[in-house]
Design a protein around this ligand. Structure first.
Ligand SMILES: Nc1ncnc2c1ncn2[C@@H]1O[C@H](COP(=O)(O)OP(=O)(O)OP(=O)(O)O)[C@@H](O)[C@H]1O
Length: 311
């Protein structure tokens, strides 16, 4: 748990410097294309040319709900200004992993994370890290659009207000965020109207505007299109491609075409019965460039899943 008396100053990590630890030999700043194991790195099986610069790194991350280990020893890195897709059959732990990346799991009683998740080399679960600051820098968009029962304007202004963001002109922040979410032209004449009057796709873009209003560096998206029709889905996918110029995105999706269309890298998870009690524990099977995962996966389980033979 955090100690609000001694929060680590995460703001010292400049958002426009994706990797302030680059060159620091004491900090692991490299990310990998395949699942990273010390053996693989030592054996040179990971091509350094293909390594992204990591903004988030997971090392041996397991997540428990009470005594149940939902996800076992995930090691992967999230490349800056990339879209990383987490795919796999239901229950393999995609959302669990996603929520652990910004400590959203803290809000579920009994959840425990072991291993290390680092943001710019800093352990986000360290005792003195403020989870609120973690969630400001690593924002989240949920499956179902969930605007507040407020006006369009107030939905976007809410985050900057409650986080005490210093801003000389809130109107500018609202406009910039709505433009960033490709929604401005559709709502500029009705900013004071209820967000509930928007279509589902517009509401989801409003939620994206609300997320970017507090100027995060990373956006986590948990099946952001599953409640939307194909046209609204296409708009969100176009928006993601725009957003990745300024943000790093991690998306959970059941839609493999979507992963293939938008993601630079894809992580395939599965859940297998653990020895002993038979609990199905999720784990990372393969993490690679999306083109490789979909054309020449390294593991039969990935191939079976993407070809529809399983899952
Ligand atoms: N709040 C919770 N409390 C207890 N167990 C949970 C909780 N949330 C998820 N689980 C369990 O953890 C495992 C992983 O669930 P999770 O939702 O992360 O998987 P997922 O791959 O995202 O699934 P889906 O694709 O169906 O959304 C499952 O066995 C699930 O039942």
């Amino acid at each position: 748990m955090s100690d609000p008396g001694h929060p680590v100053d995460l703001s010292a990590l400049a958002a426009d410097d994706p990797n302030p630890h680059a060159g620091d030999p004491t900090v692991n700043t490299t990310a990998t294309v395949t699942t990273r194991t010390p053996e693989a790195i030592q054996a040179g099986r990971i091509d350094p040319v293909e390594r992204p610069r990591a903004v988030l790194g997971c090392t041996d991350v397991s997540v428990y709900y009470g005594d149940f280990r939902a996800v076992n020893e995930v090691t992967m890195d999230i490349g800056v200004h990339e879209i990383t897709a987490l795919i796999g059959p239901s229950g393999c732990g995609k959302s669990t992993v996603l929520r652990s990346l910004n400590r959203m799991n803290d809000l579920i009683p009994g959840t425990r994370v072991t291993g290390t998740i680092s943001y710019h080399g800093q352990d986000i679960y360290a005792k003195d890290v403020d989870p609120i600051e973690v969630r400001r820098r690593i924002g989240m968009v949920f499956q179902k659009p969930n605007p507040f029962p407020k006006s369009i304007y107030d939905n976007v202004a809410y985050g900057p207000k409650v986080t005490g963001m210093k801003t000389s002109n809130m109107d500018d922040v609202v406009e910039e965020s709505l433009r960033g979410a490709a929604l401005w032209d559709e709502v500029k004449d009705k900013l004071k109207q209820s967000a509930y009057g928007l279509s589902g796709g517009q509401q989801q873009r409003l939620c994206i505007a609300r997320t970017i209003a507090v100027k995060p560096e990373v956006i986590l998206m948990d099946e952001p299109c599953s409640a939307l029709d194909p046209i609204a889905t296409a708009r969100i996918e176009d928006l993601m491609m725009e957003l990745k110029k300024d943000y790093t995105i991690v998306i959970v999706t059941h839609n493999m075409q979507q992963a293939a269309r938008v993601a630079d890298r894809t992580a395939f998870f599965t859940a297998e019965a653990a020895e002993g009690n038979g609990d199905r524990t999720g784990h990372l099977v393969e993490f690679d460039l999306t083109s490789k995962i979909f054309s020449n996966p390294g593991d039969n389980r990935t191939e079976d899943y993407i070809s529809g033979r399983f899952g």
